[in-house]
Write a protein that binds this ligand. Sequence first.
Ligand SMILES: [Zn+2]
Length: 239
Amino acid sequence: MYIVNYTSDDFKDICDRVDTVIIPVGSVEAHGHHLPLGTDIFSPRLFCKEINEKIGDRIWIAPEVPYGQSYDLSIYPGTVTVPSEVMADYLFHVCKSFYNNGLKNIVFLNGHGGNITALGLAAEKLVDLGAVVVTINWWLDFSKDILTVTEGQGHAGEDETSAVLYYNESLVQMEKATKNFNKQLYPVKFKDRGKTIFRDAITGDATLASREKGEKIFDLLEDRIINIINLMEKGKYFE
Ligand SMILES: [Zn+2]
């Protein structure tokens, strides 16, 4: 159920039997020469659509938070970046409102690696209130599953490009797809990180992407994500 489609009265009634809200989080960010700036918004949007079709009667889907922390790629035109502490504060207050409406399970469905620090900060404050928070960073969390479909992963690389091809082929300019195999040797931060490691705002090999691979990735991962939500709703966090 998409929250924005309901009235306040209906929302209140439904909250009597629903505990979980998904917050899709993305970024507006350069993704090579071939993918649109909204790439990190489109994947969570598509996951939400598919999750809504399967278990939408018992979870809320909140409107997406489109802007993220994109410090490294802010040198590329069209990228918007919000500092992690500002984003964390904003997310905390958005989710606190949902928590105060009785939604104790909060699922961040995150399409963008740069948001991870902000999501962690927000999660800790929400947990202090009494919420249970899961952050799903599927490109990382399900890397092993993804690599059964693609040869490699990367920012605007084979996996992400395949995902956007599946979301909407007409948004991808495959003739402009490139590759960049620069890899950082350790988790170092330095001034030209965006220009070098993320040269042309891409890592990996986008030329290997296909719509079929994107479809397979979504089929695999949507079940993984639903499984996490099911466990969370049962209060099962460890074994
Ligand atoms: Zn991305």
